[in-house]
Design a protein around this ligand. Structure first.
Ligand code: HMG
Ligand code: MG
Length: 298
């Protein structure tokens, strides 16, 4: 029988770069996306059409999206916070977007200057227009396992926000441990609660590795049945509005785990690791992927 397949959503060009102080040249960002799609990744999140005042690193979103070479069959979503962002994204050629909100009120305010309810109100016209345009929409819920401002986040709040995004028409809901405080039992319980309301096939998990739990959390969620996992090449990343958040789960580490489990990803791990080494050099940072570092030594 065919091996179990996992869809790896590469978020490095967006989540990986958004918090970097040194602005990477447009050509390097385009090369990053193209190298990632050439690795066989089925989805590469390209950039964000957010306010350039809020996220200066991604002020070049139009140029990056226009510059990439699209591979047939690859999904290239971009983050959109509101209708202004949607219109910018569409004008730049986006055919797949992601909206984002949080399970914590305090985080929603700091990240988007709006309450959770206000973010959902902002998304309503975006989803309506996206449906008319045939644009795929992913919805992110942040702070699903803890908030840097509020602390504990209730499971019910996660389920409610995820359900609201699903009811509005998001094709997929990504559950984000924005600050990487979750542990496997908590991650499993959270996923199970959300999957009580939304089909597992429409759920994704998104872990940051602040406390070194990201890969363990993924394993628990795979056992629970999730088959879409977000990760960033070289473990780059962090949210500028999530104090104390560190990098994303490294894509190389995720792919190494999945292949070790006999699961199919379609990803060329050697090419992915080389891309992570190259990006770490560009950012003048140590490679935060353990697998990437190990493969680079061989
Ligand atoms: P605001 O300042 O409240 O916006 O920001 P506003 O509606 O009052 O507008 C103020 C000005 O911004 C206006 O311009 C607007 O036109 C402009 P002015 O009239 O003053 O010249 N503006 C825009 N310009 C360009 N693109 C836009 C846009 N919207 C308004 N889209 C806003 C509200 C939501 C825009 C702002 O808070 C924002 O951009 N926030 C984004 C923050 C962000 O990107 N955070 C990181 C992504 S989320 C994340 O990382 C978590 C995730 O990885 C999952 C996880 O880990 O949990 C996804
Ligand atoms: Mg994130």
């Amino acid at each position: 029988s065919a091996p179990d397949a996992v869809r790896v959503m590469e978020v490095g060009p967006r989540d990986g770069l958004q918090n970097e102080k040194t602005i990477l040249p447009v050509a390097d960002k385009i090369a990053l996306v193209d190298r990632l799609s050439a690795c066989g990744l089925p989805a590469v999140e390209v950039t964000s059409f957010v306010s350039p005042r809020w996220v200066p690193q991604l002020a070049d979103a139009e140029q990056v999206l226009a510059g990439i070479s699209r591979r047939p069959g690859v999904d290239y979503p971009v983050l959109v916070p509101n209708l202004v962002g949607y219109q910018r994204a569409r004008a730049a050629g986006a055919d797949s977007i992601a909206v984002f909100t949080a399970a914590s009120e305090a985080f929603s305010q700091r990240n988007t200057n709006a309450s959770i309810a206000q973010t959902l109100e902002r998304f309503a016209p975006v989803l309506e227009q996206a449906r008319a345009d045939g644009v795929r929409v992913r919805g992110y819920v942040s702070t699903v396992l803890g908030c840097p401002y509020q602390g504990e986040v209730a499971l019910d709040d996660v389920v409610q926000v995820a359900s609201a995004l699903h009811a509005m028409g998001c094709a997929e809901i990504s559950l984000g441990d924005t600050i990487g405080v979750g542990t496997p039992a908590k991650a499993r319980a959270m996923l199970r609660a959300v999957a009580g309301q939304i089909p597992m096939a429409q759920l994704a998990v998104h872990f940051h590795d602040t406390y070194g739990q990201a890969l363990a959390n993924v394993l628990a969620c795979l056992e629970e049945g999730v088959r879409v996992v977000d990760a960033a090449v070289s473990g780059s990343g962090g949210c500028p509005y999530a104090k104390g958040a560190s990098g994303n789960l490294a894509s190389e580490d995720l792919v190494y785990l999945l292949h070790g489990l006999g699961m199919h990803t379609g990803v060329d791990l050697a090419a992915l690791a080389a891309t992570g080494q190259w990006l770490s050099g560009l950012l003048d940072q140590p490679n935060r992927s353990r697998t990437g570092t190990a493969l680079a030594r061989q």
